[in-house]
Write a protein that binds this ligand. Structure first.
Ligand code: PMP
Length: 464
């Protein structure tokens, strides 16, 4: 803490901001706009709180970026990194070599993931994981003698990363518009977003209808040309969109019917976030491949990967020969050592059952109470993810999108010591899994205060 304070104080906030805007291109940022305002400088963190360079304490309702599952300040993770850095800071896994942390992590992942997963391919991020998925899925069908099966189906408003393949699998129109995406043979269907697309139907009936869009797309492309379907169990960056309970089982049935590989992108939903180890367990699917990142190390160091189900693994092992794919940091020993310590900590703290049986249901109960607020049209939670849909009038009349009411609310959150993200007018949280009930209460006080302040501002501006 002392060191962090000294470092932060070595320059004023203004000096940090000036140097930042001179040299640092941030992800997904309008740099002209940021230069005028100056970035918020975060200098330290503990448990579920972060501090900025002005000394403000902020409750981190987003776990950094959906990743700090075990919370900040976990000494076991720091020690694991330091020990591994001293012993063997790096060695690669090319050329028939391996390292103890990578082997032990592969073993532990096989233990905590569903039974069809016995093998893992390591990357450094979720995006690289999904690039690996594209290459592996297409390689699988080549090995199987069906090279025409190339098309991968994703979803509009899905998020699978920012590399060429990741952004192509995702269905973010703003990303596709920059850089000529998607790459060939990646197509999209509509998302299972009841609030936007299903009002007037029961959620269950809408779930079946939304899954039916997959079958329609398969028939349109031609079943013999479809390689895989990819989706997030709960769409995260798209706005914490929890699909109806009927959706995923029907998706599984359709994938089985046409022999298509099912890919579960667990970059956000993995490692306890939804109240099971993986989101596919919560949703009732049996994926062939599973992308992970973020929560595997609680974000302390970069690590991602793909869990490879037996169907694909056996084809690669028995008939595949060399798979011409890999990264310098595939199986990075320090990242793997931190992941090992992190997963063991999740086990020791019983975090998965803490989410499933304690704080997850409590978050759901407290979020449901927000429905009495005039601005709230819908709330949804799944484990430790929550969404509050802001509306102009109940049940579902939305504000004009150019008013950016979500951004108004987000500004009040920042101003009141809460990180809550806005996706359009959907306000979302995904706090650390170590959160306690009193801390949820503390967050709910802030959320309600920010909704009240937003309501007052919206009225003042004459938007209601
Ligand atoms: N998939 C999902 C579901 C994600 O939420 C993200 C990141 N938010 C990614 C992939 C990409 O991961 P990364 O940013 O580590 O490349």
């Amino acid at each position: 803490v002392v060191q962090a304070a000294q470092r932060a104080a070595s320059r004023s906030t203004k000096e940090w901001q000036d140097a930042d805007s001179k040299h640092f291109f941030h992800p997904f940022t309008d740099h002209g706009g940021l230069a005028k305002k100056g970035a918020r400088i975060i200098t330290r963190a503990e448990n579920i709180y972060i501090w900025d360079s002005e000394g403000h304490k902020i409750l981190d309702g987003m776990s950094g970026l959906w990743c700090v599952n075990t919370g900040y300040g976990q000494q076991a993770l720091v020690d694991a990194a330091a020990k591994q850095m001293k012993e063997l800071p790096f060695y690669n896994a090319f050329f028939q070599t391996s390292t103890p942390p990578a082997i032990e992590l592969a073993e532990l992942l096989a233990e905590v993931t569903p039974p069809q997963f016995k093998h893992v391919f390591f990357t450094s991020s979720g995006s690289e994981g999904n690039d690996t998925v594209v290459r592996m899925v297409r390689r699988y069908w080549d090995i199987k003698g069906q090279p025409e099966r190339k098309t991968i189906i994703g979803r509009i408003n899905g998020y699978h990363g920012s590399t060429m393949a990741g952004a192509s699998l995702g269905g973010m129109s703003g990303m596709h518009a920059q850089g000529g995406l998607p790459i060939p043979d990646i197509v999209h269907i509509q998302q299972p977003h009841w609030f936007e697309l299903g009002q007037g139907m029961s959620r269950e009936a809408f779930g079946l209808k939304a899954a039916g869009w997959l079958e329609e797309k398969i028939l349109e492309v031609g079943p013999e040309r479809v390689a895989a379907f990819i989706g997030e169990p709960v769409q995260g960056a798209g706005g914490v969109i929890v699909p109806p309970s009927t959706y995923w089982p029907e998706i599984q049935r359709i994938c089985d019917k046409y022999g298509i590989l099912l890919v579960s992108d667990e970059v956000i939903c993995g490692f306890g976030r939804t109240g099971n180890w993986f989101g596919c367990e919560t949703m009732g699917t049996r994926p062939d491949l599973m992308t992970f990142a973020k929560g595997v190390t609680s974000g302390y160091v970069p690590l991602g990967g793909v869990m490879v189900g037996e169907r694909v693994a056996q084809a690669l092992i028995d008939d595949g020969g060399e798979f011409n794919h890999g990264f310098t940091y595939s199986g990075h020993p320090v990242a793997c050592a931190v992941a090992l310590a992190n997963i063991k900590l999740i086990q020791q703290l019983n975090l998965v059952s803490h989410v499933k049986n304690n704080i997850g249901p409590y978050l759901a109960e407290r979020f449901a109470e927000l429905n009495d607020h005039p601005l709230v049209g819908e709330t949804q939670t799944c484990g430790m993810m929550g969404a509050v849909q802001l509306v102009k009038a109940k049940p579902g009349t939305t504000f004009a999108s150019e008013l950016e009411v979500g951004m108004v609310c987000r500004a009040h959150c920042f101003g009141n010591g809460l990180i809550m993200r806005a996706v359009g007018d959907r306000m979302i949280v995904a706090p650390p899994l170590v959160m306690t009930r009193p801390q949820i209460d503390e967050m709910m006080v802030l959320i309600r205060r920010c909704l009240d302040l937003t309501l007052a501002e919206v009225r003042e501006r004459g938007w209601l």
